[in-house]
Design a protein around this ligand. Structure first.
Ligand SMILES: CC(C)(COP(=O)(O)OP(=O)(O)OC[C@H]1O[C@@H](n2cnc3c(N)ncnc32)[C@H](O)[C@@H]1OP(=O)(O)O)[C@@H](O)C(=O)NCCC(=O)NCCS
Length: 179
């Protein structure tokens, strides 16, 4: 099972079927804040839905197309981060993430994404990391900005969120630009 120690507080562990209950409870508690930016929240109504999601991520990992991790902060699941897609042809991966509301504001995500970038460039030998966030999602945009990604542009009406489209800000980081 994939595991990445970020620092003394944070470990990323590939999400497993055994995490379904904890993942559902975490999602359910932050439902209101998460649904503002994430399209899958209303469809996550029970532990069974979290389990279905976890199984999909494990299948994608087997197919070498993605790697989705739980973020464990001082041993407790607090959110997710990982590579939502990996394009081996072009050595490019897209990073996605979310945190439960109680864990926002401690630098957990910036540290986690930084660890994923190191892993992507030096272990997977990828060349480019992309992060997309809704233009108005300032907390999410702050993560690539803090990590010196380049703002490459805006994709208009890129995502349907329940009852409206949002534009995406696209950020890219090249291996040659890291550190
Ligand atoms: C996007 C999201 C993960 C950002 O969470 P976050 O807690 O703001 O991000 P971090 O964990 O990196 O923490 C950064 C904050 O902690 C502070 N911080 C404390 N210690 C820090 C450290 N060691 N390193 C960086 N920041 C630190 C920063 O100053 C910042 O606070 P500020 O927002 O008051 O400036 C979170 O808001 C979220 O999950 N939102 C809902 C879902 C979502 O939008 N997902 C992304 C879709 S694209």
């Amino acid at each position: 099972m994939f595991r990445l120690d970020i620092d003394e507080e944070i470990t990323l562990i590939q999400i497993q079927e055994s995490h379904a209950e904890e993942l559902f409870r975490l999602t359910d508690k932050s439902r209101k804040e998460l649904r503002e930016w994430l399209p899958w929240v209303d469809g996550t109504k029970s532990k069974r839905d979290s389990l279905t999601f976890i199984r999909l991520t494990l299948n994608s990992y087997e197919a070498k197309k993605a790697l989705n991790c739980g973020i464990f902060y001082r041993g407790k699941l607090c959110g997710m981060a990982g590579f939502n897609s990996i394009d081996w042809q072009n050595l490019n991966a897209q990073v996605g993430y979310w945190l439960a509301t109680d864990f926002v504001g401690r630098g957990i995500m910036t540290r986690s994404v930084s660890g994923l970038i190191e892993y992507a460039f030096y272990e997977l030998e990828l060349n480019r990391i992309e992060i997309r966030a809704a233009v108005e999602n300032s907390k999410s945009r702050a993560i690539p900005e803090r990590l010196n990604f380049k703002h490459e542009g805006v994709v208009r009406q890129a995502e349907w969120l329940y009852d409206h489209f949002v534009d995406h800000a696209v950020y890219g980081l090249l291996r040659s630009e890291w550190r």
